[in-house]
Design a protein. Structure first.
Length: 586
């Protein structure tokens, strides 16, 4: 055990001497209250420590004690439905013990040491296993079955293993390693947060992550194991978009990290998720959700740790063969914490004061996403999708955090304040956003939805791009200067925007939209365009065509619970009304 003395305190940064035998990233206990900190820099026998709690009251000469272990998370049953702070302290348990304020220096284990879990082994004595092999199962919630795995760095032969009720620290069996050592097996594992968990092979992302959001699934898709960012100014709906993705994405586990954002946003998650039903399982969404909360009123330094805490938990579930999504809100606040610590360390600042290593730190986070072949002899596959919000000051997308993120991620959902002010949500700008997974996902679309889906999505984007070009002309000379074909395109584009892309997260029917319904909706809108154009060419009056009564039904179709059965009737009504206009013209 290494012991040192404080030389200097500067906000969350503490410099201690006498720490020569300590290691980088060791967790330390600082002062009489044993505040939690982590060594982030070493110079001779001096260690720079970022403290994850309020440092008021610390003084020169106070004791610093190294634990000799890196910052790690506890992995095991009890994480799902739980809410942790940035360094994995259970907030509900702390509330029971100390009330609404977190006492400084409080030491509470992340996972409950008293609760017993039913363990069912899937191996028997004599079985030879390698690191990552599944040795049994625990029913964590009604939705999640936790796979208990052999630690990645251990391989050998099972000596004995027991079924029954165990706490996370009780021994469930023993394994004889290849070196001849006997190792205890428990339901609990620990893993250092700054080191990615190992896997056999990373796979190309070639399967759509279905989110139920039309703007995402149809226009700017993300693959399972993909990376995406949501930059946008204040009030453009970043948090709501992230909540929607957390609620409805087709993943087995969601890890939601509230990093430096307002506490009321995490409160919304806590209040809403238990009341919402997963469309796949029918159970509460909290039954597959882990929350990591390090809000704006919590210590700044812990923001940096919260991102790593969240993604390490996500990797643990990925290694079981699950599809996992980590939602980080927001990486800008995390970058601001890096900037503050960098300034206190007196490092050379980069652009706008951010440290020169900002891009590499962001890359270290996002590169831990991916679809992989997990460790273990069964070669199971799992995926980890990373979605991060970026909050550029004043909506300036040229600022360093946004630009660094765009160089790393493959999907850019750019939110537009102009769309938000027009009450168009999600306010994803279809002219600025992009997805680099589109071509890779084309075989998946082809085999699951058909060539017609691909063609219709291409036609949708083409019409929206033409509308943007025509809009410039309309602003100069008015819409009457356009030809009938161009006016029809403008009308169809409006229908695409309002009747397809716009989505109401508070409407029980519109909040989640299946791929089948998405296809039917866009087919109806584009069918109107094609049939209306044919009717106008046949002599029908354009003004009467664009004001057909059936267009009201097309606009309301997305909120109908019976849309899939009503679709043929609406389509037939469209044909009938257009035929009547053509007959009238003749």
């Amino acid at each position: 055990m290494v012991t040192g003395k404080i030389l200097k305190v500067s906000g969350p940064l503490v410099v201690a001497e006498g720490m020569r035998d300590a290691n980088m990233f060791d967790v330390v206990r600082v002062g009489r209250q044993r505040l939690i900190g982590e060594i982030i820099e070493m110079h001779g026998d001096r260690a720079s420590i970022q403290v994850y709690e309020e440092t008021a009251g610390l003084g020169r000469g106070d004791e610093v004690v190294s634990t000799g272990a890196p910052l790690s998370v506890e992995l095991g049953p009890g994480m799902v439905t739980n809410i942790f702070d940035g360094i994995q302290r259970p907030l509900a348990k702390i509330y029971e013990m100390a009330g609404p304020n977190i006492p400084r220096g409080i030491d509470v284990p992340a996972l409950d040491r008293k609760k017993k879990w039913g363990f069912t082994p899937t191996v028997k004595p004599g079985d030879k296993l390698i690191g990552g092999d599944i040795i049994g199962e625990v029913r964590e919630t009604e939705v999640v079955t936790l796979k208990i795995m052999l630690p990645p760095n251990i391989s050998g032969e099972i000596v004995d293993i027991s079924a029954g009720e165990f706490t996370v620290t009780e021994v469930i069996g023993h394994v004889k390693t290849d070196g001849g050592d006997i190792v205890d097996l428990t339901l609990l594992q620990k893993w250092p947060v700054r080191f990615a968990r190992p896997y056999i092979e990373k796979l190309p992302p070639n399967e759509l992550l279905v989110t139920g959001q039309r703007n995402v699934d149809a226009i700017f898709p993300i693959a399972k194991g993909g990376t995406a960012c949501i930059p946008g100014p204040f009030g453009s709906g970043k948090t709501v978009v992230q909540h929607q993705l957390a609620k409805w994405s087709a993943v087995d586990i969601v890890v939601y990290v509230g990093c430096g954002e307002r506490g009321n946003e995490m409160t919304d998650v806590l209040n809403e998720f238990p009341t919402l039903k997963d469309p796949r399982s029918g159970h509460s969404l909290m039954k597959r959700t882990v929350l990591v909360a390090n809000t704006s009123d919590m210590p700044v330094a812990a923001r940096e740790a919260s991102i790593y805490t969240g993604i390490t938990i996500a990797e643990f579930y990925r290694d079981m063969g699950y599809d996992v999504a980590i939602i980080a809100d927001s990486t800008s606040r995390w970058a601001e914490a890096l900037r503050e610590m960098s300034g206190r360390l007196e490092e050379m600042p980069g652009e706008e004061g951010f440290p020169a290593y900002l891009t590499s730190r962001l890359a270290q986070f996002y590169e831990r996403a991916g679809a992989v072949i997990c460790q273990g002899s069964d070669r199971r596959t799992g995926s980890l999708s990373a979605i991060g919000a970026v909050s550029p000051q004043g909506g300036d997308l040229s600022e360093p955090v946004t630009q660094a993120t765009l160089r790393i991620v493959k999907v850019f959902w750019g939110l537009d304040s102009a769309l938000a002010y027009r009450r168009h949500f999600p306010a994803i700008n279809w002219l600025r956003s992009y997805s680099l997974y589109k071509d890779r996902l084309e075989p998946w679309y082809l085999s699951n939805l058909g060539q017609d889906w691909i063609d219709k999505m291409a036609e949708t984007l083409r019409i929206l791009q033409i509308e943007a070009e025509l809009d410039e002309i309309v602003k100069l000379v008015g819409i009457d200067a356009l030809s009938s074909d161009d006016r029809l395109i403008m009308e169809t584009a409006r229908s695409i925007r309002e009747d397809f892309l716009q989505q109401d997260s508070f409407d029980p029917e519109d909040s989640y939209c299946s791929l089948k319904k998405q296809y039917a909706l866009i087919k109806l809108v584009l069918s109107f365009h094609d049939k209306a154009k044919a009717a106008v060419d046949a002599g029908a009056d354009l003004e009467k065509v664009v004001t057909l009564p059936v267009r009201e039904k097309i606009g309301r179709a997305k909120t109908l619970s019976t849309f899939e059965t009503d679709y043929p009737a609406i389509s037939a009504e469209l044909d009938s009304e257009l035929e009547a206009l053509v007959a009238e013209a003749r």
